[in-house]
Design a protein around this ligand. Structure first.
Ligand code: FAD
Ligand code: DLZ
Ligand code: SF4
Length: 510
């Protein structure tokens, strides 16, 4: 036979580099559901069902196109349970000339595959699901004192000629983020999101997950994710035609009972290969050119994909494996039970965890300014909160999760990814959401048992970490405010924080 072509669960695209020269008459396409991958962290049930169903559908599509596909299901009695075990077993069974795969997106999987010995050559190809190669990112980063997403993003705009008029950015500015911070207004009409109906393959997977992963966090049903490329393209089309025009204005807004807002919820599909990033970007650019969506929305969406997404991946590969160990602020608190749905009176956290449990999704500002902000200002240990984010979101792979958590929310890399910690008091959450209206705490109160905990925890965070943060020029004004605070006020902050931490750490309802 020819080559054994391994396709991993986040490489579900016919254009993937490992298939570029596939010969349907000689080669075998190999895919496997493995226990190790499904349990190295206890992924949300919906995430496992999504990946397995999308994998099974992709295998069927390849078969229909004439490829010889060997698909190992989780319950296959001979399944060894690991990628390397399955590669070895397939080599013994089919005696291929060599094994070809696209580079795994995660360091852990790449090192595991590379450090195992096989009877035949393993050919690992670069990952064409991304728009910036490792080498390009390294070259861009080299010699820079500070890495900043904005400058990287401009290079990507030029490279791919997106929203450009020659050398000039469309509209004269590179970035319209200052127009994208509208608070939610009453009566926003948020269009329906894309929902797919589970077919027999998905139903079978749902049963499997229900039987084998019952102990994992999260609601398995209702299950409405797209699981084929055709469905994912419909989800993209629906976003472009119905929600993109408001994406910019309400990008940071949070509304109780509205988990999806005007966001695209395409990350699941882009990250597992069903959609390619550039096709999403081009579709948004076209919508702008045709006058269907304004520049602030389109530029904002495109920046997330060719800017942030590629930037965090670049940082991940630049900094691994040490990035996993980063803990600049020496944070050591255990992950509170409320992250798993234990009762809390803090309505913003309660809503964001509830939606995460139901949908394996929360939008960016919920992840950053509610769940992440709380983790930062309460000082949760990076390893524990990283594991939580890896588990709960259906779009989570370490290459994107780790930089967002360690770099963006925790400032645990000391400012390598972002220039300042995203710490905020309750005022920010109150401005950008309607959560505070339904909360037992009073966002306007700064101290005392009824005060919004974000208010005193925020200042206590700055006091606790003063030695490491005072030198940050973006925090200069905040430390000046702190300097002007009376001793009485700082004592009240410390006392409230002490009481709050005692309750939090002893699993009392906070
Ligand atoms: P939209 O708001 O519609 O944005 C469009 C696309 O831009 C997304 O689909 C995604 O591909 C990309 N994007 C936007 N922001 C980022 C970002 N910061 N980093 C990388 N890509 C981005 N994203 C993941 O894909 N997987 C994760 O595990 C993940 N973990 C996160 C953890 C934290 C603490 C934070 C703050 C952000 C995290 N993000 C992660 C980034 C972002 O929140 C999600 O990509 C986004 O919420 C997905 O929803 P969406 O598709 O509706 O995004
Ligand atoms: C997320 C995931 C899960 C839960 N299970 C599998 C699996 O059994 N087989 C597989 O090929 N991929 C799975 N994935 C996606 C992988 O985590 C992803 O492809 C690699 O981590 C990339 O490094
Ligand atoms: Fe969250 Fe504070 Fe608002 Fe309550 S008052 S919802 S705890 S920000």
């Amino acid at each position: 036979m020819g080559a054994l072509r391994l396709i991993l669960g986040d490489q579900l695209n016919e254009k993937i580099s490992s298939l570029s020269d596939a010969n349907p008459d000689k080669d075998i396409i190999f895919m496997c559901e493995v226990w190790e991958e499904a349990t190295y962290v206890k992924h949300h049930k919906k995430k496992i069902a999504f990946i397995f169903s999308a994998m099974r559908h992709f295998a069927e599509e390849l078969k229909a196109k004439g490829y010889s596909v060997k698909y190992i299901k989780l319950d296959d009695p001979d399944n060894s349970g690991s990628f390397t075990g399955e590669i070895k077993r397939a080599i013994n069974l089919y005696s291929p000339e060599k094994v070809i795969l696209t580079e795994p997106s995660e360091y852990r999987v790449l090192k595991d595959i590379q450090s195992t010995e096989y009877k035949v050559q393993i050919d690992i190809r670069s990952d064409n699901r991304f728009l910036c190669s490792h080498k390009e990112f390294q070259d861009w980063a080299e010699g820079r004192k500070q890495l900043r997403m904005e400058y990287f993003y401009r290079e990507m705009r030029k490279k791919y000629d997106i929203l450009m008029n020659g050398d000039t950015p469309e509209g004269g500015e590179w970035n319209y983020d200052n127009e994208n911070r509208k608070p939610p207004t009453e009566g926003l009409k948020i269009p329906e999101t894309y929902t797919a109906r589970p077919d027999t393959i998905t139903e079978e997977v749902i049963n499997l997950v229900s039987n084998r992963f019952d102990q994992h966090f999260g609601d398995l049903t209702p299950f409405h994710f797209a699981v084929t490329r055709e469905q994912a393209l419909k989800a993209l089309e629906q976003f472009i035609s119905k929600r993109l025009k408001n994406f910019g204005d309400y990008q940071d807004a949070m509304v109780q009972g509205q988990p999806w807002m005007y966001h695209s919820h395409l990350s699941f599909y882009i990250n597992c290969g069903l959609l390619m990033p550039l096709e999403c970007v081009k579709a948004a650019e076209q919508a702008y050119k045709k006058g269907y969506a304004p520049l602030n929305a389109v530029e904002g969406f495109i920046r997330q994909i060719i800017g942030w997404r590629e930037y965090v991946r670049g940082i991940y590969w630049l900094k691994m494996p040490k990035y996993e160990e980063e803990n600049f602020l020496d944070a050591s608190r255990n992950l509170p039970a409320l992250y798993w749905g234990a009762n809390t009176q803090m309505n913003c956290l309660k809503q964001c965890v509830k939606e995460t449990k139901e949908n394996a999704y929360a939008h960016h500002i919920q992840r950053l300014m509610v769940l992440g902000n709380f983790a930062l200002i309460t000082g949760i240990e990076p390893k524990q909160i990283n594991e939580w984010y890896m588990i709960v979101y259906a779009d989570a792979y370490q290459w994107v999760e780790l930089p967002n958590v360690t770099g963006m929310i925790l400032f645990a890399d000391g400012g390598f990814l972002g220039s300042k910690p995203y710490a905020a008091s309750g005022a920010y959450i109150n401005k950008m959401s309607d959560y505070c209206k339904n909360c037992r705490y009073k966002v306007s109160k700064k101290n005392g048992p009824d005060a919004c905990p974000f208010n005193y925890l925020y200042w206590d965070f700055l006091i606790r970490n003063e030695q490491k943060l005072r030198g940050n020029h973006r925090l200069r004004m905040i430390y000046k405010t702190l300097d002007r605070m009376s001793d009485e006020k700082t004592s009240a902050i410390k006392a409230d924080t002490k009481r709050f931490f005692q309750d939090l750490d002893s699993d009392k309802v906070v």
